[in-house]
Design a protein. Sequence first.
Length: 89
Amino acid sequence: MDAEREARIAEVAVRARPVWAEPRDSGVLQEFLKEIGCDGVDAVMVTRQVVGCSLGEAQEMFLTAPCRAAELAAHDAFMEALERSQGDA
């Protein structure tokens, strides 16, 4: 990851910590990140920093948040296509 992206993720993490601190609700955190335009891998990396969890746990928080339903659907479709392509090999 380049320095500019790392700095952007760190800045968003600072803004997101108070959102996480009060209710400690991953759905609320993801809603905040979505509202400020932090999506995808960046949102997972911010979640990891703010919550202090593993990459897998951060990805799960991202994909299971109600506001991330479209991202979960895209992820599931990609995984299904990947599995189908593996069966064709």
